[in-house]
Design a protein around this ligand. Structure first.
Ligand SMILES: NC(=O)c1ccc[n+]([C@@H]2O[C@H](COP(=O)([O-])OP(=O)(O)OC[C@H]3O[C@@H](n4cnc5c(N)ncnc54)[C@H](O)[C@@H]3O)[C@@H](O)[C@H]2O)c1
Ligand SMILES: Nc1ncnc2c1ncn2[C@@H]1O[C@H](COP(=O)(O)OP(=O)(O)OP(=O)(O)O)[C@@H](O)[C@H]1O
Length: 283
């Protein structure tokens, strides 16, 4: 019997409503169900299936929300390597796979095993011990807006650059279509074994985005003249970085896993970033 978890934007009524419909569909198909406690609390008929996301022991997780819901879910299941099927109830949903109107035909495919699982590289982050891994990126920036960081960037213990900037982004190929892209970084095919180092508004004409091997160890150090900074992981977790402290980045031993039914990467880039853009973003 297939075991499936359901996680949704519990603060969005439409997402909670769809979670209820998906849950009853799956129960009728004999699926062993777990439902995020925060969602189950909104749907009394599902209370008996309520479970903390961290305790879910399932073969697949359905997320009902946007990219942030996926990013938050991935950070909570880190290391378990549970495939995620993203159902888009967000504004962009670049990481999602299914639109709400196609959810039940997609679940029919899932229940007969008609899907693939795509592995995505995660970025491990170390600062006074290991922090949550990143699926998209880690952004280091000043805690105070409109101030500059003074940082030193090293790759495999070789100093690459010293610069002053609003911040620095260390991104995975998955995150190359997110903040990194907005900061001028390249879009990187998720199959490329690379990481991106992208400065945010560098105060240095020659500073450019860098593509490095994902087998490298990247170090970013706050120099003595720097300000207090924060490191933000996938927009979900933040940590304060103090003067002369260093944040170390390298490829994680774990991967994120995504259920893929049909959409390919370049079709998403066209639909959501080129043809789509702000006009197509749902209000
Ligand atoms: N200027 C920017 O482009 C900017 C600024 C801050 C954060 N972000 C991104 O937001 C992410 C957090 O997402 P959220 O939904 O919690 O924050 P959010 O609600 O602020 O949305 C950020 C936007 O980035 C999009 N996004 C997230 N991951 C993406 C990806 N891998 N490819 C393409 N688009 C993606 C989301 O769909 C959303 O529209 C961060 O990981 C960062 O990449 C982007
Ligand atoms: N299940 C959840 N519980 C609490 N907070 C959540 C949950 N899912 C998402 N969030 C928060 O809401 C924010 C936005 O969520 P999400 O990205 O899913 O919606 P969106 O921004 O409308 O969609 P998109 O990211 O596709 O544009 C996320 O950054 C995350 O911090």
């Amino acid at each position: 019997m297939m075991r499936i978890g359901i996680i949704a934007r519990f603060d969005v009524p439409e997402a909670v409503e769809l979670a209820g419909k998906v849950a009853s569909f799956l129960l009728n198909r004999g699926v062993e169900l777990s439902v995020d406690l925060k969602v189950a609390e909104k749907l009394p008929e599902l209370l008996e299936y309520g479970k903390d996301i961290r305790d879910m022991d399932v073969d697949m997780i359905l997320t009902i929300g946007g990219d942030g819901t996926i990013l938050r879910t991935q950070s909570l299941i880190e290391g378990k390597e549970i495939p995620i099927l993203g159902i888009n109830m967000g504004t962009v949903g670049f990481l999602t796979e299914v639109d709400p109107e196609n959810v039940f035909s997609a679940l029919e495919d899932v229940l007969i095993g008609n899907y693939a699982v795509e592995r995505r590289t995660l970025l491990s982050v170390y600062h006074n011990g290991e922090l949550p891994s990143a699926l998209n990126e880690v952004v280091m920036m000043t805690r105070k807006p409109a101030k500059m960081l003074h940082i030193e960037i090293s790759v495999d213990d070789e100093v690459v650059e010293e610069l002053r900037a609003d911040g620095i982004i260390i991104a995975t190929p998955s995150g190359s279509t997110a903040y990194s892209m907005s900061a001028g970084g390249p879009i990187v095919d998720p199959r490329v074994e690379a990481f991106l180092i992208v400065p945010i508004c560098p105060f240095k004409l020659s500073a450019r985005p860098l593509v490095v091997s994902n087998k490298s160890v990247i170090r970013v150090k706050l120099l003595r003249k720097g300000k207090k900074a924060i490191a933000v992981i996938d927009g979900q977790y933040e940590e304060e970085i103090n003067h002369m402290e260093e944040v170390v980045f390298k490829k994680s031993d774990h991967c994120a896993h995504f259920v893929r039914l049909s959409k390919d990467f370049y079709r998403k880039v066209r639909e959501k970033l080129i043809e789509g853009g702000i006009d197509s973003i749902k209000s």
